[in-house]
Write a protein that binds this ligand. Structure first.
Ligand code: ZN
Length: 701
């Protein structure tokens, strides 16, 4: 509770948004603990408001009968129920077993973790790192083994030495290497701690390679197939059981080997990869997990985000996953615009997490994601307030004092927060309530869920809270951390609905309230907690303001572009000319989109000249293609950063990059290209802000 006391005070309509301590949070971590107070029958419900008979219900036993009469403490309805005395709750918290293990779950495999890894060209972008990342020291030998047949035998010792040198002074490391190292660590950890888990692998670039647990021949999907959801589902579904049958204990080393052989090039067919990964994950028990790891914009096949048309694709996929109790988490690597706002829908539907990390720090985040596993699926929440109270700031409630929500998956860190207040005088009058008689009021939380054993349960928590009509009294008993969670969560929720201005105002009002209220801050512990929170809130506040500014810019841009729609093409062409003063480089704009998709075609030769002896065989185009793989992306990234710099100077700084992609989809192609220089681009900042909002929305700070 936000305070030890519920504050009962009439509020006029202009005070509606004034802060007070009438807040409570619901933490779900308890559902993972062993729990003894389990009753093996259905609960007794109030026939009017569906509140569950609880420890505080005053029961009148009818003589010579098994019936009792009790007045519902929430709605004052008089109930008559047949009751077995041993099933009368004795504690605030009670659990009811509704259904023993669900048949479907019994035949399923263990829970699985599917790594869905981006191996598109941008993953070869290197990052400067300080200190060593735990890289596999044999990497260079493997690279050498793969390449040596293309290298003139007399040059081989020289090349090997060079690779060895490179490995020794790890000051640059590619994103792919970082990801691989991090996943290897996770696999080793799982082998030790959860050897029964099944780990699967799916990679994506121009094509999707579905490895499963690594025991079978991988399935490759490409070309037209990437646009056919049903076909992908059918193919993977037919094979998913065979591909996901071996535990990590048995398959771990094979999977690690597969990882190490991954190469990075091409585009980013994230959508079809996800469809495949979801089919694999369905083989496992509810609570299985997909971890997407990407640094770029999905731009090929289903769910391509080049335009604006595929947003629903991810939402629907999220829905399908949530129904099966599968969590999808997103790990994006700092550097490229990723449209986290769209992919975020997928993650939010399944209660996964979004993490945006520097490549070299990715390991810890994988660990956090894997450890924050599902503890309940198909979760439904119902909160009942006394009929004198109503929820504040909630839409579409059938009854003002009862909230019902389908939550889907929950993890240990899932927290929800709510606000309440006294109903208006008119409404209290209609209900015939005298608040002076309400010395205490009941709150009840019901969580219906399926636990990890596949049992369907209802956890009920009922409590009585003292009331006061004196705000000072309530504030003196304030629980500031509860209020902090609410500030963060509600601000982020408003923002995610697009109400940025409202979010900013809400955030400011409440933060000010909690920081400067003299009663709340008369307590030393509260002061310390507030001080700590103010730093968190500053970060949140900046993200909100940035988003608001972007929103306004986007509006302005839309207005301008509507007026000047016909002139648009001309101005783009003009910019193209301006930005290529020499006309000799590879700056590419909408008209020559084709070139963008194959940056190698223009860059191979220059790379070859600069690079080492690999070039020896470049007379043969086939061999050339192979040998340039590991290095061509370096040159393309150089070219791309050059291009982006020019585009930024000429275009992106004028308007927000997001509004630009919405208006002019050809531009967005740029963002999936290798680009070591885009840390400071607007698009990346927007991803950062969205990640911040997501993070605070989950109140996990
Ligand atoms: Zn009732």
């Amino acid at each position: 509770m936000g305070s030890g006391k519920a504050y009962l005070k009439q509020r006029s309509s202009d005070q509606k948004n004034d802060p007070d301590t009438n807040i409570f949070t619901i933490k779900f971590s308890d559902l993972a603990q062993e729990f003894n107070n389990t009753i093996h029958v259905d609960p007794y419900y109030c026939s009017n408001c569906r509140a569950i008979l609880n420890k505080y219900s005053k029961l009148n036993f009818i003589e010579n009968s098994s019936e009792v009469r009790y007045v519902c403490e929430f709605c004052e309805n008089v109930n008559k129920v047949k009751i077995d005395k041993k099933n009368i709750p004795q504690n605030d918290e009670i659990q009811y077993l509704i259904q023993s293990e669900i048949e479907e779950n019994k035949i399923k495999n263990e829970k699985s973790v599917i790594f869905c890894i981006d191996v598109s060209g941008s993953m070869s972008t290197t990052t400067k790192i300080s200190g060593k990342v735990g890289c596999n020291s044999e990497n260079y030998l493997q690279e050498y083994e793969m390449l040596k047949e293309f290298i003139d035998p007399k040059d081989r010792p020289h090349y090997l030495k060079k690779l060895q040198q490179k490995q020794k002074n790890v000051s640059h490391i590619s994103r792919k290497q970082c990801v691989i190292t991090a996943i290897e660590q996770q696999i080793k950890m799982l082998q030790e701690k959860n050897p029964e888990k099944v780990v699967g692998l799916v990679t994506f670039n121009n094509e999707i390679v579905v490895y499963g647990d690594g025991s079978q021949q991988p399935i490759v999907l490409s070309g037209e197939q990437l646009h056919k959801e049903e076909e992908i589902k059918r193919i993977i579904n037919q094979n998913s059981k065979q591909m996901m049958q071996n535990s990590i204990e048995k398959q771990g080393d094979t999977i690690i080997k597969r990882f190490q052989q991954l190469r990075e090039d091409g585009q980013t067919a994230l959508g079809p990869a996800l469809v495949s990964a979801l089919e694999l994950a369905k083989v496992g028990k509810p609570g299985s997990m997909i971890i997407i790891c990407t640094d770029g914009l999905a731009n090929l096949g289903l769910g391509s985000l080049d335009g604006d048309s595929n947003r629903n694709f991810y939402e629907e996929l999220g829905q399908q996953a949530a129904e099966k109790g599968i969590i999808i988490s997103l790990v994006t690597i700092k550097g490229e615009g990723c449209k986290i706002d769209t992919l975020g829908q997928l993650v939010e539907k399944t209660n996964g997490s979004i993490t945006r990390v520097a490549p070299e720090k990715i390991g810890q985040d994988f660990e956090n994601i894997i450890n924050d596993a599902v503890i309940g699926t198909q979760v439904e929440l119902e909160v009942t307030l006394h009929k004198a109270l109503q929820f504040r700031g909630e839409d579409n409630l059938q009854q003002q004092n009862i909230i019902k929500r389908y939550i889907g998956n929950i993890t240990r860190t899932t927290v929800l927060s709510f606000e309440y207040q006294l109903k208006s005088i008119e409404e209290l009058g209609k209900l015939n309530i005298n608040i002076n008689q309400l010395k205490s009021i009941p709150f009840q939380i019901k969580v219906t869920y399926i636990n990890l054993k596949g049992q369907k349960l209802i956890r009920v928590f009922t409590t009585l809270v003292q009331t006061t009509q004196n705000i000072d009294e309530a504030e003196k008993e304030a629980q500031v951390d509860v209020i902090h969670v609410r500030i963060a969560q509600k601000s982020a929720q408003l923002a995610k609905q697009g109400n940025y201005q409202e979010a900013c105002i809400y955030n400011q009002n409440w933060d000010q309230y909690v920081q400067s209220n003299q009663h709340i801050n008369s307590n030393h512990i509260n002061q310390q907690k507030n001080h700590k929170y103010s730093k968190h809130n500053a970060k949140l506040s900046i993200a909100l303001k940035n988003q608001e500014a972007r929103c306004q810019l986007s509006q302005q841009f839309k207005e301008t572009s509507n007026e000047k729609q016909n002139d648009n093409d001309k101005s783009i062409n003009l910019n193209k000319q301006q930005s290529t003063p020499g006309g000799e480089d590879t700056l590419i704009f909408p008209s020559s989109k084709q070139n963008i998709k194959n940056p190698q075609s223009t860059s191979i030769k220059t790379t070859q000249e600069k690079e080492n002896s690999i070039q020896k065989n470049n007379d043969n185009p086939e061999v050339n293609k192979e040998t340039t793989r590991p290095t061509d992306s370096i040159s393309s990234s150089q070219i791309w950063s050059f291009q982006n710099k020019k585009i930024n100077e000429n275009q992106m700084t004028k308007y927000d990059s997001n509004s630009f992609t919405k208006q002019e989809s050809d531009f967005s192609i740029i963002k999936d290209k290798p680009n070591s220089n885009s840390e400071s681009s607007n698009e990346s900042d927007e991803d950062q802000d969205f990640t911040t909002l997501f993070f605070y929305g989950k109140a996990t700070f």
